[in-house]
Design a binder for this molecule. Structure first.
Ligand SMILES: [Fe+2]
Length: 176
């Protein structure tokens, strides 16, 4: 499994939908932000793998152009859950809901990139108060929110980033 993850990160050159960097670069930047913010090793691992569903989906570039939501968070979480604990999987599963939750804040909504605003619509739009209350019942919802904020900040181009191999040991230590 670890070899498969390293292979996917190294060889999948798909661009992160609507942004100017690859999905691999985006996920590594997300993990780097989790590290910078001194998050737990579980949350660093969630951050690193949060969009892995896009690697499982055949052609992620098609999703937004075809105006369909790929449910990549569910695909990714389902795919990874036999290998990693629920503490790691849940923030991955909830990172889209976390965006719908946070979008209730004007400041957060305005900070979203254009592509992210488009996908927000496809993902069901901003949460109602009731949906937000339900969301807060999830055990790991706070970690999902943290992941989401790193996610938004992880779209920089031309910055020096780590290599997936730098995370190999962490990944190995988290395999169940
Ligand atoms: Fe992401």
């Amino acid at each position: 499994m670890i070899d498969e993850i390293v292979f996917a990160f190294t060889n999948n050159k798909s661009l992160y939908i609507g942004e100017g960097l690859t999905i691999s670069e985006h996920m590594i930047q997300t993990a780097m932000l989790a590290e910078k913010n001194k998050c737990s090793s579980d949350l660093i691992c969630s951050s690193l793998l949060h969009d892995y569903g896009h690697f499982v989906v055949k052609d992620p570039n098609q999703l937004v152009t075809n105006q369909i939501d790929g449910n990549h968070e569910i695909i990714g979480a389902n795919y990874l859950k036999s290998f990693f604990s629920n503490k790691i999987i849940e923030p991955i599963l909830l990172h889209v809901d976390a965006k719908k939750y946070l979008a209730r804040e004007k400041k957060y909504f305005n900070s979203l990139s254009e592509a992210s605003k488009v996908s927000l619509k496809l993902q069901g739009g901003i949460m109602s108060d009731n949906e937000a209350k339900q969301f807060e019942k999830n055990k790991n919802y706070k970690n999902a929110i943290k992941l989401r904020r790193f996610d938004e900040g992880a779209k920089k181009q031309n910055i020096k980033i780590k290599d997936i191999k730098d995370y190999k040991e962490l990944l190995i230590s988290k395999i169940i």
